[in-house]
Design a protein around this ligand. Sequence first.
Ligand SMILES: NC(=O)c1ccc[n+]([C@@H]2O[C@H](COP(=O)([O-])OP(=O)(O)OC[C@H]3O[C@@H](n4cnc5c(N)ncnc54)[C@H](O)[C@@H]3O)[C@@H](O)[C@H]2O)c1
Length: 299
Amino acid sequence: MKIQNVAVIGTGILGTQIAIQAACHNYIVTVFDIDAASFGRVLERLKIRMQNSSRQPTIPWPQMKKGARRVKQCASLKEAVAGADLVIEAVPEDLALKRKVFKQLDILTPRKAILATNSSSIPVSRMEKATGRPEKCLNIHFYSLDQGRNIVDVMGGTRTLPGIIKTGKEWVQSIGCIPLTVKKEILGFCFNRIWRAIKREALYMWAGGYVDFRDVDRGWMNWSGMSPGPFGLMDGVGLDVVYDIEMVYYKESGDPKDRPPKALKAMINRGELGVKTGKGFYTYPDPEFRRPGFLKASS
Ligand SMILES: NC(=O)c1ccc[n+]([C@@H]2O[C@H](COP(=O)([O-])OP(=O)(O)OC[C@H]3O[C@@H](n4cnc5c(N)ncnc54)[C@H](O)[C@@H]3O)[C@@H](O)[C@H]2O)c1
């Protein structure tokens, strides 16, 4: 199957990046968001994120800006998906919402189209039944392309055809990314599950009062040579998004250790969502972990 037309549903921080990455690799890209201003707003945010980052994005800003102009913003879901070969939903991490979107996509999208979810934690097997085409449903999970993270987890559902997984992986490669294949369904996919284990321990140690979050980041940055550390990274993802993802794991296991800490919820209730609101664990645009001497300081 040849993919030419790609539709992205939900143009928040991830959907916007996926749409632009595809447009920059010559796909015809249409998008829809219930908030029509989202795409433009996120594009501005991406520019600032890239200016403030030491990492190289997958596509330099001038090209990204050009690519963004080629993304067609549609006034309805129907218009966005009418000619799609591949649809990727990137609406918030809420299973009921994703099921609703998958159901609508099944009605509005050509029968041949692949339906993919960018969910950070939910296997597509939980959404496939909302459609009449479970054999064409896929997890295609991106990371922050603006930070140069071009790995993509790819996982099928209970009935996904091998040919659909192959097409999905080839499409991922065709837009300059590296597919990480999950051979047997698991919550969190490939790399995201590893990152999640780090997040859970980091949050547990901070909320339990065992350590200062800065020391966790200091340790991580020193040991791995990567910047920022887990708390700086969570600020970048958005603490509300982190919370929702942790809740998916908790609902799955019922294990109290998987429950995101109340202290994290309290931050969200105060509007401390990370980079996007100017305050999370750190304050932005000048977080402590980027200041000289951070690595050698003591909490
Ligand atoms: N933030 C990250 O770093 C990250 C990384 C990988 C995957 N993800 C996943 O990608 C998905 C989106 O995350 P995000 O961080 O981009 O969220 P976000 O909150 O930035 O964006 C979600 C967008 O979806 C729109 N939306 C809500 N309901 C909709 C609907 N019914 N139809 C169309 N648009 C709708 C919202 O208006 C918003 O613009 C989630 O499943 C998340 O787990 C996020």
